[in-house]
Design a protein around this ligand. Structure first.
Ligand code: ADP
Ligand code: MG
Length: 259
């Protein structure tokens, strides 16, 4: 196991955008995430890859403080998570969102600004302009006044990415941003994420497609409840590591593609 994790020995502070130490999360008796150590590097795009039920979404939610872990510690930019929330944007798994909620596209994107606005803040023209700019970046500026529930899956995913962009965060956590979207949306999202990286931002995305991972990401964290491997894509996505992560569920096609 070629683990390339920052080993946080002694008192050394890991000031990477997201550092996870000894994280264990359980919904019942069996942990969904067990003893995970991971550091996500600044200015890099990292994929979290693993089979269904591997704990990928759970890891992201615990890293964000949405779920309370049994044990472990998460820091962001070397500080406690709570102090750094404004710098972290999250795009949840699309299937986990209630799309029947009545809201216009522009209002969903404005939610990315609530830390700036405050709960009772007045929406100013510059806020609306920032939301519109974010919609433009994902090619959805023509849909601002549409109801979010009336959009296609790919369009909804773009709007949620726009909400994250409006936040102007430094770390972006996305849960399966390409699941159930059309090819054009996938290209658009990859373009936006690479643009964020070019600006020096850090991107961490749960990803389910082994064949596209090398083209999209710099690094990969292979997860199956525990960390199987972590490192540059070519080094971590070996057939042996993929077998260890996926077991019998790894088809020969994906193994060859990941070669
Ligand atoms: P992944 O995102 O890798 O598919 P998840 O993090 O969603 O995996 O789930 C990891 C494990 O935890 C699975 O066995 C799943 O059934 C279980 N699980 C996820 N969410 C819940 C929940 N809210 N209550 C109980 N069990 C859950
Ligand atoms: Mg998931």
């Amino acid at each position: 196991m070629a683990l390339d994790l920052v080993r946080d020995v002694g008192d050394r502070i890991d000031d990477s955008p997201l550092a996870i130490r000894g994280l264990t999360v359980s919904y019942g008796e069996k942990p969904a995430v067990f003893s995970v150590d991971a550091s996500f590097r600044a200015g890099q795009m990292t994929a979290i890859i693993g089979p269904n039920g591997a704990g990928k979404s759970t890891l992201l939610k615990a890293a964000l403080g949405i779920l309370r872990p049994l044990s472990g510690r998460v820091t962001a930019f070397g500080r406690p998570l709570d102090e750094m929330r404004a710098r972290i944007a999250y795009v949840p798994q699309r299937a986990s969102v209630d799309w029947e909620f009545p809201a216009r596209v522009i209002d969903v994107v404005m939610m990315g600004l609530y830390r700036d606005l405050g709960l009772l803040g007045r929406v100013r023209p510059r806020h609306r302009a920032r939301a519109m700019e974010s919609l433009e970046r994902v090619g959805m500026e023509g849909f601002a006044t549409r109801q979010i529930g009336q959009l296609s899956g790919g369009q909804q995913q773009r709007v949620f990415l726009a909400r994250a962009l409006a936040q102007e965060a430094d770390l972006y956590l996305l849960d399966e941003p390409f699941a159930g979207v059309d090819a054009a949306t996938e290209r658009a999202i990859v373009g936006v994420l690479k643009g964020l990286k070019a600006e020096g931002k850090t991107v961490v995305a749960v990803h389910h497609d082994l064949t596209t991972a090398p083209g999209y990401f710099d690094r990969v964290l292979l997860l199956n409840t525990s960390v199987i491997a972590e490192g540059p894509v070519a080094e971590a996505m070996t057939e042996a590591n993929l077998r260890a992560a996926y077991g019998g569920r790894l088809g020969p096609a994906s193994a060859a593609a990941a070669g």
